[in-house]
Write a protein that binds this ligand. Structure first.
Ligand code: HPA
Length: 280
């Protein structure tokens, strides 16, 4: 069984952060691959490297800075993770989601999750945005679930419902902001796979047939833990590449492409997030 954190571990991490900030964050924000520069738009940000925070894992992947940035975005007090933890790095689902419970302890009632994802829906193009309406958690369904082990009732129930894991009111708010800003946004289902290899063409076709519109290596664990703890969740995928679905294709997916396209999307995603935060 995975090592479990105790309620005290979350409290110690939250207390460490609390002592360094002046305003309690209302919104937690997780920045995906290539999207870290978004945190530069946070005004008066207090930066706390993950390594300083008790029990926090430290992120290892290129393109992930590994610090919390706490400040204001569009006038809303936010706590942003610049860099997240992935299952493929060797972290347990409990470690991956540790910061979410800490943000909850700090007072955040909303979680905005972003990620880089491969497009499966044939109408998606590299550089598009997708509002996540639902997910397929292949890693969790295979047993690597963030709520595996004893339940901590101080956070939420043993058997949480997942029907409205992606809060309908936040989805509506995002579409409203996107419409006002004239930023096109798709809607769809995000499939989480473990990685770190990208999908084979057969896996791409399988995921598409299973009802997924985009595929990535993150997000589902954090969303489950946030929803379990009663947070309202908003999820947005940056389609950084189009998943390759035939073996004789000349196209290929690379991490460099994911980061490059992610960087191109940042200004648009920043405007969109500021638009939706302004409505909260
Ligand atoms: N597959 C899995 N994860 C990803 C992809 C992809 O094509 N693009 C960005 N993250």
């Amino acid at each position: 069984m995975y090592t479990q954190f105790s309620p005290n571990d979350y409290d110690e991490a939250a207390a460490y952060i609390q002592a360094r900030i002046s305003q309690k964050p209302a919104v937690g924000l997780i920045l995906g691959s290539g999207l870290s520069p978004l945190a530069e738009s946070i005004a008066d940000g207090v930066r706390i490297p993950y390594g300083e925070i008790p029990h926090f894992p430290v992120s290892t992947v290129e393109g992930h800075a590994g610090q919390l940035v706490i400040g204001q975005l569009a006038g809303v007090p936010v706590c942003a993770m610049q860099g997240r933890f992935h299952f493929y790095e060797g972290y347990t689902p409990q470690q991956i989601t540790f910061p979410v419970r800490v943000m909850r302890r700090l007072g955040a009632q909303t979680l905005i999750v972003t990620n880089a994802a491969g497009g499966l829906n044939p109408i998606f193009r590299s550089g598009d945005l997708m509002l996540i309406e639902d997910h397929l958690n292949f890693v969790g369904m295979a047993g690597h679930h963030p709520l595996y082990g004893p339940n901590l009732p101080e956070f939420g129930p043993r058997f949480p419902s997942m029907t409205k894991a992606y809060a309908p009111e936040l989805r509506a708010l995002l579409l409203e902001a996107a419409n006002e800003l004239q930023i096109p946004v798709h809607r769809g289902v995000y499939a989480m796979v473990a990685g770190p290899s990208f999908e084979t063409p057969a896996e791409v076709r399988f995921l598409r047939n299973a009802g997924a519109d985009a595929v990535g290596m993150s997000t589902a664990p954090e969303v489950i833990v946030a929803h379990h703890a009663g947070m309202a969740v908003l999820g947005i995928s940056s389609i950084t590449n189009v998943a390759v679905d035939v073996t004789d294709s000349d196209a290929d997916t690379t991490h460099a492409e994911v980061l490059e396209t992610g960087a191109l999307i940042v200004p648009r995603l920043t405007r969109l997030l500021m638009g939706v935060l302004g409505k909260m």
